[in-house]
Ligand binder design. Structure first.
Ligand code: 5GP
Ligand code: ZN
Length: 108
């Protein structure tokens, strides 16, 4: 479930500080440390999954949780519109090897 050298696993386990926006049993939402938009959250499953390329059938509900969490946060924060983005692989712009959904808003 947890990878020792993974930054996001450490954030999930509170071994590294982060600005937590929301948390439940399966998911944590934090503010991006280097925001690319006025609102930039990262929706992170607590389970360590490397990337979209590593999702298994058993992760189907968890992937749905990420999107439902995005919708919940967008509503709570009263966002008018937003973008959801997942980078996959180095050549797809993925830097952190623990799957995460970017929620971006306010830069249209
Ligand atoms: P990726 O390029 O992997 O899709 O996105 C990684 C994101 O994580 C980047 O937007 C980057 O700013 C953010 N990030 C990297 N390290 C940390 C960190 O330690 N804390 C937080 N809150 N965000 C981070
Ligand atoms: Zn991890």
């Amino acid at each position: 479930m947890t990878m020792p050298d993974c930054i996001f696993c450490k954030i999930v386990n509170k071994e590294l500080p982060s600005d937590i926006v929301y948390e439940d049993d399966n998911v944590i939402v934090i503010k991006d440390a280097n925001p690319k938009a006025p609102v930039h959250f990262l929706i992170i499953p607590k389970k360590h999954i490397l990337s979209v390329d590593h999702i298994e059938l058993e992760d189907k509900a968890l992937m749905g949780d990420l999107i439902l969490t995005a919708k919940k946060i967008a509503k709570e924060k009263n966002l008018k519109g937003y973008r959801l983005l997942i980078n996959v692989g180095r050549e797809g712009g993925q830097v952190i090897d623990h799957i995460h959904l970017h929620l971006l808003s306010g830069n249209q």
